[in-house]
Design a protein around this ligand. Sequence first.
Ligand code: ZN
Length: 72
Amino acid sequence: MPLYEYRCGDCQARFEILQRMGEGAEGLACPSCGGSELVKEFSTFAATSAGNGARRSAGGGGCGSAGGTGFT
Ligand SMILES: [Zn+2]
């Protein structure tokens, strides 16, 4: 289950919530002030996979050019 990070629009507190994918902030409340003005931030889960993907594509580019010469 992905971990979502929320920021409270009232007190600016940041906190993480385990949620199902696609679930919104409905029904959630800020653990600090109880406010419901929650803003979804980038989840650490998504940020990690994006970082891995970028690194892999950079490495794949180097391999790809070498493989491309072999294929042609
Ligand atoms: Zn708050």
